[in-house]
Design a binder for this molecule. Sequence first.
Ligand SMILES: NC(=O)C1=CN([C@@H]2O[C@H](COP(=O)(O)OP(=O)(O)OC[C@H]3O[C@@H](n4cnc5c(N)ncnc54)[C@H](OP(=O)(O)O)[C@@H]3O)[C@@H](O)[C@H]2O)C=CC1
Ligand SMILES: CC(C)=CCC[C@@H](C)[C@H]1CC[C@H]2C3=C(CC[C@]12C)[C@@]1(C)CCC(=O)C[C@@H]1CC3
Length: 345
Amino acid sequence: MATRTRPSSKRCAVIGGSGFLGRHLLERLVDRGYTVNVFDIRQAYELPGVTFHRGDLCDRQALLVALKEVSIVFHCASPAPASDDRALFQRVNIDGTRTVIQACHEAGVQKLILTSSASVVFEGTDIKNGREDLPYAKKPIDYYTETKIQQEKLVLEACSKEKGFLTVAIRPHGIFGPRDPQLVPILIDAARRGKMKFIIGDGSNLVDFTYVENVVHGHILAAEHLKADSPLCGQAYHITNDEPVRFWDFMSQILEGLGYSAPRYHLPYTLVYGIALLLWLIALVLRPLIRIKPTFSPMRVALAGTHHYYSCARAKKDMGYQPLVPLREAIVRTVESYPHLRKGA
Ligand SMILES: NC(=O)C1=CN([C@@H]2O[C@H](COP(=O)(O)OP(=O)(O)OC[C@H]3O[C@@H](n4cnc5c(N)ncnc54)[C@H](OP(=O)(O)O)[C@@H]3O)[C@@H](O)[C@H]2O)C=CC1
Ligand SMILES: CC(C)=CCC[C@@H](C)[C@H]1CC[C@H]2C3=C(CC[C@]12C)[C@@]1(C)CCC(=O)C[C@@H]1CC3
């Protein structure tokens, strides 16, 4: 077992720090004077003031080295939702999170901030201004969400004022911004393949998209407000841009900003969902022979065709959260950060 040394309150670790959110988070932490250890399965870059530890978060011994003298741990590692690999999600998000909690105890970490997801309450049907007291999804839309639910429960249940180990979960929704490998690249790939001509449903469904810097702000506020006498202990908090937007208007603004046409023709939601379900079943049956990944998974169709936006009232009340970057400005910054995805580039 590692020897416990007194952790410094300005020394933290970011598990998943090579990823999209993790890297933005640690850049902001460094600006704010924190000393940061990164723990990730891959090292994507080098940064002054940051120490990298490469390893799998399921490996407790490797984690213990990165958590030495650390007082705050941000856990924002997960396999990508698109991987759709049940065993991997179970191993990393559930078993791995247990290992993270155990390693935090052994290393004397005082605070654990988990990046959860607002999707833990989403079952593929409308959610309007959802609060944190909505029940967890009984039928989660995919394995990723199923394991994010278990992960959040594990972290919140581990909160113990008696043991001096405090936990909180941040539930962002639809994170976007510079260097995001998912939202804009998936969208532009679909446009380049001529698949962005149609709007699923009547196009009026409202969704939260959250600029990455606002998500980072929510995490840091949570870490700094998490104290034994604060209401944050063992709680989950929605962090969004607090400006629900029509899903298809948001997509159109990104597309047009990068020189592509916005979708114009409407298709009935139930028809597209039915086709997506059929394709998914065919892919499942053929899996032993060939691996097909349809662009239109039932999960993606549900995300594109239903209302799903969440209230941030709890985060505003308990930690004074307000988004720092409004949606319009966030879209401009994001579009400018992808010159290589511009039409004709
Ligand atoms: N992006 C979004 O819209 C949303 C994200 N979230 C949550 O936010 C968090 C961060 O997401 P995001 O930044 O987009 O994801 P990324 O995939 O960009 O970052 C996750 C990082 O964790 C690493 N990782 C994966 N498995 C392990 C492991 N076993 N041990 C150590 N490191 C590992 C990944 O490496 P590799 O790339 O090699 O797998 C990657 O570097 C996740 O928990 C996600 O569930 C919640 C809501 C919305
Ligand atoms: C709000 C939220 C949770 C967003 C998360 C990001 C992704 C799930 C979306 C990013 C690009 C989106 C997209 C589609 C579905 C949802 C995304 C993958 C489509 C596949 C929906 C059907 C289409 O017509 C094409 C879309 C491409 C972009």
